[in-house]
Design a protein around this ligand. Sequence first.
Ligand code: SF4
Length: 899
Amino acid sequence: MNAPTVKPAVRTTCPYCGVGCGVIARPDGFGGAEVQGDGEHPANFGRLCSKGSALGETLSLDGRLLYPAIRDVQGACVRTTWETALDRVAQGFRDTIARHGPDSVAFYVSGQLLTEDYYVANKLMKGFIGSANIETNSRLCMASSVAGHKRAFGADTVPGCYDDLDCADLLILTGSNAAWCHPVLYQRMVKNRTERGAKIVVIDPRRTATAEDADLVLTLTPGTDTVLFAGLLSRLAASGPLDRGYITEHTEGYSEALARARRIAPDVETVAAQCGLASHDVETFYAWFAATEKTVTLYSQGVNQSAQGTDKVNAIINCHLATGRIGRPGMGPFSLTGQPNAMGGREVGGLANQLAAHMGFEDVARDRVQRFWKSPVIAAREGLKAVELFDQVATGRIKALWVMATNPVVSLPRADAVGAALSKLDLLVVSDVVERTDTIAAGAHVLLPAAAWGEKDGTVTNSERRISRQRAFMAPPGDAKPDWWIVGEVAKRMGYADAFNFQSAAEIFDEHARLSAFENDGARDFDLGGLTGLSPSAYSDLAPVQWPVRTGTKTGVTRLFTAGGYFTGNGRARFVAVEEPALAVRCSPQFPLLLNTGRVRDQWHTMTRTGKSPRLGAHIEEPFVELAPADARAFGLTDGGLARVTSIHGNATLRVRINDGQQPGSVFAPIHWTGQTSSNARIGALVQPATDPYSGQPELKATPVAVSPVTFGYEGFVVSRRALDAVASAYWVRVSIGGGTGYRVACDTHPERLAVSFAGPIAPGAETVEFSDLAHGVYRSASLVDGRLETCCFLARDRQSLPDWSWIKDLLAADALDVPTRRMLLAGEAPDGATETGPVVCACFGVGERELRGLIEKGDAATVDEVGARCRAGTNCGSCRPEIKRMIASVASRLPEPV
Ligand code: SF4
């Protein structure tokens, strides 16, 4: 093998959450890279969470879509050339528009795209096709924050910055499991608490990992956030402090908003009753807010993903406006964005109800953008928001759809219906980095291979308005191309060559920046005038910068609205009289529980990247439903068993986790598993489609469901060097493991039959060994090639008798197994020296739950830091510290009191 050509380290940005951490990637010359946090990036100052730290493990080409493909008449995807694929897409869109008009086509894009990709797609749809049917999956993530910002500030402006989290004295996290979903920012907040004594309040229906470091936890009734913050406004008005000067000088609508708040939440007792909280906890929260000038209220999907999400956002903003706590160090409302470039998408107009560069569809804005683009048409009105868009696919009004870098058959509400609707399209184009997704499986006609993280260049914007460069450090494999190139080539073939003749991401960024500054006299928030005309090398070297960067300046603006200056026309912020909260959906005897959905610590979206990392997969291996102990008892579920979760729209089969942090009456399930990684765990299939009336954001936190136990004759696992076909198993979950693939399985089939069907064609020269004691419900088999473990299957009638599979996974990486090890394997006993770790808690150092529990129970470590000193867990990225803290507390609660 030739010596690798090792490229120099490259500064880039993490592709996962909206924290936007800086990453230094060092390519290893073999197609991989080492990554570490960028100590100079102001989002993270060198820290990365477990997901970011494992980026280097996600770069393999397994499962990559490498070449364009077109589905043939037999339904097979057949490799083709870019010329043919692009011609087909352009022709398909042109013909559809000619026959049915511009609103018969749509793009469904993604917060994973870079700003430059987004810009080109938005320009094509709104300025050249002449429809606003370009919608981003950020609708599922952030749209209520956007709508709330626009109502209050006149523009989608995040007022503050991350530094505020370091200098606030009170940090309120509402609807945000930041410990798992924005871990690096959460660690900044915990540091502030530890070093400066800041208080943390966590408001969430679930007691999540974020609650572990909180000074006050308010586990409110789902959907009652508006009541809590309306009560806070009432309370501030009654007993202060109000900033009457700020209210008078810089706002309007205070009296109406207060009157409405008083009607909704006249006093603490009413709030406590409606929110299901103790009055003294509500009182404490209000007293802390009142007494603490430097307060930041952070909110995320628990607020946004709601049929009243926009009102929740405005109820929070109202309290900050009333106290003038906005735009100054350590204070303000703060929306934590979910995706790496949800903000960039909002900047270019990726949401169907935005035109471009934070401009809407007013005549003056349409005229301005059309003149700038020199475009033949301009979209006349807002396009279809995500749920409506797929409804219109189902009705046949949308006939051609291009899905870029997202997977609506997994993530949209009523995901099964979305899949069925896609299969009716005349043309479904999917550009993606992976070759198998549930959306592709729904019948994509054309597949376009997109360049992935590490292979493409551009910019992303994080939650604090900071634009950072994502830089390529590897060549795209196969025929993969950047998304902006793909869209531009289609645009050229549709007849718009002059407007889409971009040669680089830098050229696109320049046009994007110029549009933001075009006829912008300061009345528009989004302005990159100071970043226009960058040379290729200046763009290449662009340091992270917060917008706006107005013409004549090179630095951004850290905080906005310090002295008013809102983008509402008269410069005043608007208080919003929020509506009385009403549940969009109700439970019933048939569906008695409310399903809440969300993320887990070590996975990202549909696991196409994080799912490749064995250590990330070892934290939570299976899709699960979490219930309160009382509900588990009531519905006959046992911890570790399986449950069927059913709504009116679909069902899923999930592992049961009983957790007393879960409120009775509601259950939680994560969103990450797909039809590619599990037999039946696409949670979107269950979710009902109610949306917020202002933002169009779907309610992903409240679907009425029923739960019931599911039992199979046998449960177990299979580990294999090769990926296997798991469909023979009634229940299966695919897990990435070192040296191969693991499957958690359950079936009613005869175990030998399942083992054989799993093993597939036996590798030439394989030797199979087997232990079958069906009288006692135990079956184990292994096949070995040249003495090395190839495939291993363990099944048992009683799942409690299955061994921890950590040591069996390790055997896949081992050399030829000696006879004693083979005997131990078939006996189901760990060989000498092998360790049973249990689920991995610390992904950085691979420390499992069993080791941690052992240390804590033996009294060898009584604090998180002592645990770290013993076994290093929690000493790198810190993402696992809340779980270790919870383990310490749970062990302590079971220990007898010292005499
Ligand atoms: Fe990436 Fe983690 Fe930073 Fe989010 S917090 S940007 S996932 S490293």
